[in-house]
Design a protein around this ligand. Structure first.
Ligand code: PLP
Length: 241
């Protein structure tokens, strides 16, 4: 059985290779280890192997795990919320996490912003975009923005509104590609998120430096298409049960 440190070394090699193919610098891609369902001891092993960014998707699980990890490591950890957030959990999310990738409505953004201010912090925020139009996917529906002026205007308006709240600092966009056998088939999804970011830069004057895209199945392709944050679970911690 390979250890978490071995797995991280393997993922690092793949990241370096993808960066080299794309002519990008390794420093431009943050590796977020997705530790959902895994025990604090796995996170601690990953910290010892050099990782600093961790992604979780459930508030209750994180409320247990975050203090357990922090009690046994002496390095600062950056916690990323990557899962769907129910509004009644917004307060806990704002206090536990540093970065939220899964903002999918103006209403949720407003709540998180309010609680962030109450916790005396500014939350780094990414807006989740449903690029593929799959009904099962969360996020603002932007699947038709290039062909429908109405969809485009709605997306622009929602993102303008989400970016207006004090307490949130909107740093970029996040998406999940469909599960497919051949990662090549996800390339267009990542390219479309990058194109949407470009349009938003031009229309809203936001810089949106971060593109959170790419998981175990498809992160090399996501890096080639400009990902600055990749969210890797199984390739680091093994299959989830
Ligand atoms: C679980 C999850 C990941 C990690 O998926 P792996 O296939 O284990 O790499 C990434 N992003 C989100 C939003 C997730 O829920």
């Amino acid at each position: 059985m390979s250890t978490i440190a071995d797995n991280i070394a393997r993922v690092e090699d793949e990241i370096a290779a993808a960066c080299a193919r794309a002519g990008r610098s390794r420093e431009d891609v943050k590796l977020i280890a997705v530790s959902k369902t895994k025990p604090a001891s796995d996170v601690i092993a990953a910290v010892k192997a050099g990782l600093q960014h961790f992604g979780e998707n459930r508030v209750q699980e994180s409320q247990q795990k975050v203090p357990q990890v922090l009690a046994s490591v002496d390095k600062p950890i950056i916690w990323h919320m990557i899962g769907h957030i129910q509004s009644r959990k917004a307060k806990d999310v704002a206090s536990l996490f540093d970065v939220v990738h899964s903002i999918d409505s103006v209403k949720l953004a407003e709540k998180l912003a309010k609680f962030a201010i109450e916790s005396d912090k500014t939350l780094d925020a990414l807006i989740e975009i449903n690029v593929s139009g799959e009904a099962s996917k969360a996020g603002l529906d932007a699947s038709q923005w290039q062909s429908s002026a109405q969809v485009k205007d709605t997306v622009i308006e929602e993102i303008r509104h989400i970016s207006s709240f004090a307490g949130l600092k909107v740093i970029g966009l996040m998406t999940m590609a469909p599960f497919v056998d051949n990662a090549e088939e996800t390339r267009h999804v990542f390219a479309e998120l990058a194109a949407l970011r470009q349009m938003l830069r031009e229309t809203l004057g936001l810089s949106l430096p971060e593109l959170s895209m790419g998981m175990t199945n498809d992160y090399p392709v996501a890096i080639e298409e400009g990902a600055t944050m990749i969210r890797i679970g199984r390739a680091i911690f093994g299959e989830r049960t």
